[in-house]
Design a protein around this ligand. Structure first.
Ligand code: ACO
Length: 326
């Protein structure tokens, strides 16, 4: 049976670094508070001329190079993002044009920080059914444009960046073994940024009061995140008839070190098997897992035949997991 395999990865982080000490000058916070509560030391901020599609294109080019896939060979471009260039056209359309991927259909997918896992599950189906041969999946975000820079509860958490993968079919047993995705819209108000649901009569007021930004119930989100990430990771292990001991590396969504530590405890996973880079980039939402995956590969944390567990959580609320045999 054909499996879907990740044949190339790439990432791009904007150059500008915003450290915790810089934030101390902007809001009433401290490096000590941010480090102990989140583990984040600094995050990247896109240049004002950069767009979400620009970041995605840069990450995509690196993934295509590693997979030896040319732009015209791509059949589908899937972009997971909550910070699209425009409401429409899709960010994927701008990326398709930017890459000159003339044969690719392209669309965006919105599942907040779980967007990359949802994207993997969509790509997996198209490859397994042999509808497409080469899919470019990108997670790209400019969170800094929807953050309220006067709200210390949220502005310290997020960062900008992009990660990309090429997914192709294989007849070997190395590839995406399983994907699991969930949504519970009853928690929609835990984490959101307003959109067209806002009545037209209120849109101007929201913009003036700076309410068209990220709103978050941090404590409530934390609890649901830990519970559901633990459950969905176990579900993936059971589906593949694997145990935690079989897993070589866990790549969790990089939101908060304390969330990751709580999941490690639930799953009984030693910290050395868990990849963390949130100290450098903060929470880059849908870009966080593909950036971490690319860094894990570049630093030789993944070898051929390894089992890699991906697990994420985000606005919606959404959550998901995947196990990939490398
Ligand atoms: N600096 C200093 N003090 C702060 C800051 C800050 N940046 N932010 C909040 N505080 C204060 C609060 O005002 C509060 O003060 P008070 O007691 O006087 O009211 C105190 O610190 C404690 O606040 P809590 O919200 O209880 O702090 P907590 O330990 O829960 O940490 C945090 C907050 C980091 C947001 C945590 O709840 C969390 O990580 N939640 C999950 C959020 C998350 O990961 N969201 C994204 C996931 S989904 C996605 O990625 C889209």
């Amino acid at each position: 049976m054909t499996l879907a395999k990740i044949t190339g990865t790439g990432s791009y982080l904007p150059k500008k670094i915003l450290g915790n000490h810089d934030l101390e000058k902007m809001v009433d916070t401290s490096d000590e508070w941010i480090m102990t509560r989140t583990g984040i030391r600094e995050r990247r901020i896109a240049d004002e001329k950069e767009t979400t599609s620009d970041l995605g294109i840069k990450a995509a080019k690196k993934a295509m190079e590693k997979a030896h896939v040319k732009a015209r060979e791509i059949d589908l471009i899937l972009v997971a993002t909550s910070t699209s260039d425009m409401i429409f056209p899709s960010t994927a359309a701008y990326i398709q044009h930017g890459l000159a991927a003339k044969n690719a259909a392209a669309f965006d997918l919105s599942a907040a920080c779980t967007g990359f896992i949802f994207g993997l599950s969509v790509a997996e189906q198209y490859i397994k059914t042999k509808r497409y041969k080469a899919i470019l999946l990108i997670g790209t975000e400019i969170m800094s444009r929807i953050v309220d820079w006067t709200d210390r509860k949220t502005c310290v958490l997020f960062g900008d960046g992009a990660g990309a993968v090429i997914i192709q079919g294989t007849d070997s047993d190395e590839g995406i073994l399983t994907t699991h995705t969930y949504t519970d819209g009853s928690y929609a108000d835990f984490l959101f940024a307003p959109g067209s649901r806002t009545p037209t009569s209120l849109q101007k007021e929201l913009a003036v009061k700076k309410l068209d930004v990220i709103h978050m119930k941090g404590n409530e989100t934390f609890k649901v995140a830990v519970n559901n990430m633990g459950k969905v990771a176990k579900e993936a292990l059971e589906k593949c008839e694997l145990t935690v001991d079989d897993i070589d590396l866990v790549i969790p969504h990089q939101a908060n070190k304390r969330i990751i530590e709580a999941i490690n405890k639930k799953l009984v996973i030693p910290p050395e098997k868990v990849f963390i880079n949130l100290q450098k980039y903060g929470n880059t939402s849908a870009a966080s897992i593909p950036i971490a995956l690319d860094e894990a590969l570049c630093s030789n944390r993944i070898s051929q035949g390894d089992y890699v567990l991906l697990v994420a959580f985000g606005g919606g609320l959404t959550w998901g997991s995947s196990i990939v045999k490398w």
